[in-house]
Design a protein around this ligand. Sequence first.
Ligand code: MN
Ligand code: MN
Length: 301
Amino acid sequence: MRTSSSSTRAASLASKAEAAYLGLAIGDALGATVEFMTPREIRAQFKLHRDLTGGGWLKLKAGQVTDDTTMTLALGEAILARGGRVEALACAQAFDAWMRAKPIDIGNTVRRNLIAFRKSGVPEAPPSEHDAGNGAAMRVLPVALATFGQSEAAVRMAVLAQAHVTHHNADSDAACLLLTRLVQDALAGASLRELYRQHIRPFVAAYPQFAYRPRRRENPSGWVVETLQAVLQALLDTGSFEECLIDVVNRGGDADTTGAIAGMLAGALYGLEAIPRRWLKALDPTIRAACRRQAHALLPA
Ligand code: MN
Ligand code: MN
């Protein structure tokens, strides 16, 4: 029998998982407007970019998301279809079907390795020191939810199985594992300080290429190292969901992806109540519903 405190804990966990999913989509939609712009260009056009207005180089509708969110949702469906298990082949088939449906946007490494999968049927990309883009890191969320509470070894295996379909690279792996741990501990109730002490500080000590101080990271590229530098700075230097997302997307560069990753982390950390109403209302309603549904369905019962 469930005690009332364990059901309260389960409710808070589910609501934070939902916030992480909605945060990912909101950050993607917010950042896409200014993707590939410099901070100076953003300032000239918006002063401060802070609303889901659409536009950008993809000419999006207000509240529309890009590949970061749609690929994450495709992965989530594949995991749910396998009863919560993360299997490389199922992930590769889901990404392949996603690519066939002609997404508005797709990363080069993702496309190249999915085309290779079509030919070979092998769901694991060959290791490559060049495939250090942020395309696997941007979609860790469904795995973080599906493996919540599992052993470290099991989590690691699942994280790498999905990542290696398109990005088989040490920096990408390190980033995917860190992001998964941050999401899982934030869902379990860790504070930002605790996330820093237990995960972020030791991570940068082990992988000094990710060091994000002292220089402010602007124009972060699609290289997962620069992406994480911008995201970690924005997360650690702000104290709310809204501030964190506005900070990270106004740095420009790969802003939809930094927005998506920061939104996922800030959602898991600050919870549903912290998400501004205007952003929730503006988000594409089909995407909003899919995020909510997957968040609840993916968490272990
Ligand atoms: Mn994108
Ligand atoms: Mn992007």
